[in-house]
Design a protein around this ligand. Structure first.
Ligand code: NOJ
Length: 768
């Protein structure tokens, strides 16, 4: 750069016009320097990338085949550091998962850096799913906040706490589109919608990865599970999936594409087979789409033994074939099983695979290690003071837990609790259980220091109110009614009952699926017995999934759905019950009335014979259905118990005056639509305003509604705001008959409103 400037000055001095005019030269230089500075900022990233590529190539050129294959192995930490010394020294591992304390990660790293030929650092991975020690609500709960900014903050906190122990890679976010609440892993997801999942998944990635991966508090995120895992048949974990390509692209792949767009560092291949080809050996999804179409050069790790499980699938004869099919599909690192380390060398010697495949995989691994700055700073400085559970972290957890709570019912506005209630019965197996309120996928934060609703309420009420506690049932699966007498007596002595029921943590998560979604154990009986006391009942349901609870719905006065809210669940719930906070959560997944309605999701196709959402039951003795031959059930309404996007507030919001700016938009234009939102009630509150569209006629049938935008708007009482959305016509693209992504001219409906079933409607047309 300096040579260039010198030349320029010389050139300028030769010029007659400028000769002698240093001022002019400096003026020109000023602009030039500004240009260089801007160019430096713009191209710094590119230069950094180039530098990393050079380093990767140089290191790769020094590596033996065995060292390369060693990098491709991820081992679960077991036993002691000493047990693993030889494995590391011999270059047979590139990464560990589940080494989670600062001392172990430090010692393991020291062996890799000091005792291996090339000193390549290890990368430590862990399932930091919804927090490290400060536990946030389960991801499905977080999604109910529809608050990308806050979710990003939570992931940042998780990264700060996890990296303090040497973990530089989390296996999150899980962005599988989940439309079957029987599936235990629905708890780990952001729910049923591709748009919402894309936005919230991206927020988590940004939070984990921070502004710069080299920052000591940044860790690599891992978008999982690639792909289609959420479509597991019958909601049974690991099950087969059948997903037509259009659905694959428009539903399941959407959040992963967004993850790539926000620079996710890694992806994990899934356990399921897709249309007969296991996801971990699937060249179409892993190579054609992920690598070739999207240009992803991040690290792809298998799921736990998902490669060798291709033998059980009946897709590979033995582990050698597993290694062959997985490397052909471009999986870079094998988690837990050892087909690569055992067979890749033979496959190379037999010339069955191209050495470039291995080089490419190792490059993806090394690139991430360089990006994380592990070569320069392989060790995590053990912090002097405790990083986890700082005041600030707990505040974020409390805020997110509060915003994740969804108010489903509030008869006669019984909530927030009136001051007249002086004696409060706190009842139920989940009222005082810090461990269960954390939900699935919690390691380091296992129940430690979590604040339960009972503790929080007692603290909040102090001497003003009397709290009478009775568990009623030992756990949510308990069927023994021995504790009922105490619970009923507590209710009888009180003015109001706060009933904490739902699911214990172990009822959701990986491999924890359910065929029935009712409240387990004798919880329904407990509700009925308490209802018989005639006391008002506020039910707080904590669960890892949507439950079916129509039976108790009419017996209680209010229902708050709190998911598994995490460490600060108690204070968050107490604030909502007492009106310090107003509920604002909205369902990220449809709640069915019964298991028989599953799969039920708002973005379904209309069919040629859609039914009205009314009672369809057919009178006995009728020869032919008098209500018409439509798409419905004889024994349950077609509508869900609660629609996607649903959630009440203590205040009342009024939507009016939807306005589409133009009737016709040309391809490439921005569609603008707005409405008025007024707070008619007595509480300042947030409302999540939702925007949906429908492409009315397309070359492939489109869903009856699709979420295309949302905003969290705060309104004081009596305040009115205009809420405006702008969408580029590209965002309305679909996959046509040839599977090309296009926005097709034609008519569209557009809606704004408070949930997928309660909306103001308008329309527009897209023209060429
Ligand atoms: C299996 C799970 O499917 C995956 O989500 C998780 O990250 C790995 N085990 C590692 O624990």
């Amino acid at each position: 750069m300096f040579v260039f400037i010198r030349r320029m000055i010389k050139q300028e001095l030769k010029d007659d016009y400028y000769r002698g005019s240093m001022y002019n030269i400096l003026l020109r230089l000023k602009f030039f320097i500004i240009f260089i500075l801007i160019a430096n900022i713009v191209f710094a990233d590119t230069l950094g990338k180039e530098e990393i590529e050079n380093k990767v190539d140089t290191l790769l050129s020094k590596m033996t085949l065995q060292e390369k294959i060693g990098q491709m192995q991820q081992i679960s930490f077991w036993g002691s550091v000493e047990d693993l010394r030889e494995t590391i020294k011999n270059g047979k591992v590139g990464s560990f998962l589940n080494a989670s304390d600062a001392k172990s990660t430090y010692e393991l790293q020291k062996i890799a850096v000091e005792e291996t030929r090339l000193g390549i650092p290890l990368i430590f991975a862990r399932d930091v799913i919804h927090g490290q020690e400060t536990i946030f609500p389960i991801p499905l709960g977080q999604a109910a906040s529809w608050n990308a900014e806050l979710i990003e903050k939570a992931a940042r906190v998780a990264a700060v706490e996890a990296t303090a122990t040497g973990i530089k890679w989390t296996f999150a976010p899980m962005i599988d589109i989940s439309r079957d609440p029987r599936w235990g892993r629905v708890a780990e997801s952001c729910g049923e919608d591709p748009y919402l999942t894309s936005k919230l998944g991206a927020a988590m990635i940004k939070g984990f990865q921070g502004k710069d991966l080299t920052d000591p508090t940044s860790m690599a995120a891992c978008a999982k599970h690639f792909v289609g895992y959420g479509a597991s048949e019958a909601g049974k974990d690991y099950n087969t999936t059948f997903i037509p390509e259009r659905q694959l692209r428009e539903i399941h792949l959407k959040p992963f594409k967004e993850a790539v767009d926000v620079d996710v560092a890694s992806m994990m291949s899934a356990f399921n087979d897709i249309n007969g080809i296991p996801a971990s050996g699937n060249k179409f999804t892993l190579k054609t789409i992920l690598r070739d179409e999207w240009g992803f050069n991040g690290l792809v790790v298998s799921d736990w033994a998902s490669m060798t499980q291709m033998i059980m699938h009946g897709f590979c004869e033995d582990e050698k074939e597993v290694a062959f099919k997985s490397i052909e599909a471009n999986i870079d690192m094998e988690m837990a099983s050892t087909s690569y380390i055992d067979h890749l060398e033979t496959l190379i010697n037999e010339k069955k695979i191209d050495a470039a495949l291995i080089d490419n995989a190792v490059k993806n691994i090394l690139r991430l290690k360089y990006k994380l700055g592990l070569f320069e700073n392989p060790y995590t400085a053990i912090p002097d003071s405790k990083v986890a559970r700082q005041e600030e972290h707990l505040k974020v957890a409390e805020k997110l837990a509060g915003q994740s709570i969804v108010l489903l019912k509030n008869k006669n506005e019984i909530l927030p609790l009136s001051d007249d209630f002086k004696k409060i019965a706190v009842i139920g197996p989940l009222a005082d259980n810090a461990l269960e309120q954390n939900g699935c996928w919690v390691f380091e934060g296992f129940g430690k220091d979590g604040i339960t609703p009972l503790t929080a309420l007692k603290e909040k009420f102090g001497n003003d109110k009397e709290v009478i506690f009775a568990k009623g049932l030992k756990s949510t699966v308990d069927s023994d009614e021995d504790g009922f007498a105490d619970a009923i007596s507590a209710a009888n002595k009180s003015d109001v009952v706060l009933l904490f029921i739902g699911e214990d943590a172990f009822l959701s998560g990986e491999s924890h699926c359910r065929a029935f979604l009712n409240l387990p154990g004798a919880q329904e009986e407990l509700v009925s017995k308490l209802a018989a006391t005639g006391k008002p009942i506020i039910t707080i349901i904590m669960a890892g999934r949507p439950l079916t609870f129509e039976k108790i719905e009419s017996e209680v006065d209010a229902i708050l759905y709190a998911w598994h809210p995490g460490t600060m669940g108690g204070p968050a719930i107490a604030d909502i019950l007492t009106g310090v906070e107003t509920p604002s959560g909205k369902l990220p997944i449809t709640f069915p009335r019964s298991v028989g309605q599953i799969p039920i999701y708002y973005a379904h196709h209309n069919t040629g014979r859609p039914a009205e959402s009314v009672d369809r039951s057919v009178p006995l003795g009728t020869p032919l259905n008098p209500k018409g031959f439509a798409s419905f059930y004889l024994d349950v309404d077609i509508s869900p118990a609660y629609p996607f996007g649903y959630g009440l507030s203590y205040t009342k919001f009024d939507y009016s005056a939807i306005k589409i700016f133009k009737e016709k938009y040309k391809l490439g234009e921005i569609i603008e639509v707005e409405c008025l939102l007024k707070n008619l009630g007595n509480y300042n509150a947030d409302e999540i305003v939702q925007l949906y569209i429908r492409d009315l006629s397309a070359s492939a049938v489109q869903p009856v509604k699709l979420l295309k935008g949302f905003q969290r708007i705060h309104l004081k009482t009596d305040e009115t705001k205009t809420v405006k959305f702008s969408i580029h016509t590209d965002e309305l693209s679909i996959h046509d008959a040839e599977m090309e992504s296009v926005t097709e001219p034609g008519k569209f409906k557009i809606w704004i409103g408070s949930n997928s079933a309660d909306l103001l409607e308008s329309e527009f047309e897209i023209i060429k």
